[in-house]
Write a protein that binds this ligand. Structure first.
Ligand code: GTP
Ligand code: MG
Length: 154
């Protein structure tokens, strides 16, 4: 079963949208394998979005991601990567289709509520970065999911 990494960004957490966002993935039929609320430091934010390090908005993106708690999640199910990207919607909420998370909850490309991995390879890298890289935090904040399976299944 495919796994993907989804992160509710600080704007989504501050606005109380964790519940509605989780509901959408559950309604679609995905299984929540792991979840934790965490503050991330600049080093983790920069590694997570490393592919964008030369883009003009990179500093702003890292500032934003470290401005409050994020909700890091692993979702699993059929075509999890592509299906969750479809539920999330286009990067710019202006272009996102109605019914997607970004169309329904966001106005601005810089504050677009949620991140989803863009390929199975990205998903594996990001899950390792957020869940395997911080075992103490993971134990503290884990609300559901199976840590052993998460660490050994890719
Ligand atoms: P993520 O799921 O967050 O990775 O978004 P994405 O895959 O739809 O888009 P991409 O990876 O290309 O961009 C990563 C994030 O950078 C986006 O979600 C935006 O928040 C931000 N971003 C992208 N383009 C711009 C831009 O032109 N200006 C600003 N301020 N932010 C941008
Ligand atoms: Mg992306």
């Amino acid at each position: 079963m495919e796994r993907t990494f989804v992160m509710i960004k600080p704007d989504g957490v501050k606005r109380g949208l964790i519940g509605p966002i989780i509901t959408r993935f559950e309604q679609k039929g995905f299984h929540l394998a792991a979840m934790k609320l965490m503050r991330i430091d600049r080093a983790l934010a920069e590694r997570h979005y490393g592919e964008h390090q030369d883009r003009p908005f990179f500093g702003e993106l890292v500032d934003f991601l470290t401005s409050g708690q994020v909700c890091a999640m692993v979702w699993e199910g059929q075509n999890a990567v592509a299906n969750t990207r479809a539920i999330i919607g286009a990067t710019n909420p202006v272009q996102a289709s109605p019914g997607t998370i970004r169309a329904d909850f966001a106005l601005d490309i810089a504050s677009n509520i949620v991140h989803g991995s863009d390929s199975p390879e990205s998903a594996q890298r990001e899950i390792a970065l957020f869940f395997d890289g911080a075992p103490a935090l993971e134990t503290m904040y884990r609300m559901t999911g199976d840590g052993a399976a998460l660490n050994t299944t890719h």
